[in-house]
Write a protein that binds this ligand. Structure first.
Ligand code: GAR
Length: 193
C-alpha cells in the first residue's frame, strides 16, 4: 500500500484475542479512501490468535503482550503505543479487561464492539443469555470504553431478530456479520473527515 495514504489519518491500534474477523473488516475499511483511520498496529494477548494472519497479509506491525502480569504488561503496551504515536484504540474481540490506569491514558480514545444490545448482557456469553431469556431481538453495539465494563457511551447499535430455530452458533454468526458493518459505520460517525 502507498504509505502516504495513511499520513493524515488517525493512527489506530486494533486489539484482538482470537479469530479477528472484525479486524479483517476494519483493515478493509481502513484501506478505503473514506476511512478516517489508518491501522498502524495490531495488539494481541494471544500469540496463537488466528486474526494475527491478517496483520501478516496486510503488512501491519504486531505486538504480543501476554497479560500474565497485568500491570507490567499494560505498562509495556503503553510504551509501545506511545512509540507508535497511536491516537485511537479499537478493541475487536479483545477478551482482557483493561485497567483503570490504562484506560485513563487513552480517555475517550478507546472503542469497543460488543455482541449484544447494551446495556443488556454486558460481559461474556451474551448470545446464550439472550436465548435463555427468550429475547425477540439481540444485536451488537459499538461504544466508548470507560472504566466501567461495557458501560461507556453508545455510538451505534444494530438490532438482529432472534428466530425460533436460532441457537448460540447461528445467532453469533448473524450478529458477527452485522458487527463487520457496524464498526466502520461507528468510526465514521465519530471521526468523519
Ligand atoms: C465478536 O463477536 C465481538 O463482538 C466479541 O467477540 C467476537 C470476536 O470476533 N467481543 C466480545 O465479546 C468482547 N467482550 P472476531 O475475533 O471474529 O472479531
Amino acid at each position: 500500500m502507498d504509505q502516504s495514504i495513511g499520513l493524515n489519518k488517525i493512527k489506530t491500534a486494533v486489539f484482538i484475542s482470537g479469530t479477528g474477523s472484525n479486524l479483517k473488516s476494519l483493515i478493509k475499511f481502513s484501506n478505503s479512501k473514506y476511512s478516517p483511520i489508518f491501522i498502524e498496529l495490531i495488539v494481541s494477548n494471544n500469540q496463537k490468535a488466528k486474526g494475527l494472519k491478517y496483520g501478516l497479509i496486510n503488512n501491519i506491525k504486531k505486538k504480543i503482550i501476554n497479560f500474565k502480569n497485568k500491570k507490567k504488561s499494560e505498562n509495556k503496551l503503553l510504551l509501545e503505543l506511545k512509540k507508535n504515536k497511536i491516537q485511537l484504540i479499537c478493541l475487536a474481540g479483545f477478551m482482557k479487561i483493561l485497567s483503570k490506569n490504562f484506560i485513563k491514558n487513552f480517555e475517550g480514545k478507546i472503542l469497543n464492539i460488543h455482541p449484544s444490545l447494551l446495556p443488556k448482557y454486558k460481559g461474556l456469553n451474551t448470545h446464550k443469555r439472550a436465548l435463555e431469556n427468550k429475547e425477540k431481538y439481540s444485536g451488537c453495539t459499538v461504544h466508548f470504553v470507560t472504566t466501567k465494563l461495557d458501560s461507556g457511551k453508545i455510538i451505534l447499535q444494530k438490532k438482529v431478530k432472534i428466530l425460533k430455530k436460532d441457537n448460540v452458533n447461528s445467532l453469533a454468526k448473524k450478529i458477527l456479520a452485522e458487527e463487520h458493518k457496524l464498526y466502520p459505520k461507528a468510526i465514521l460517525k465519530v471521526f468523519s473527515l
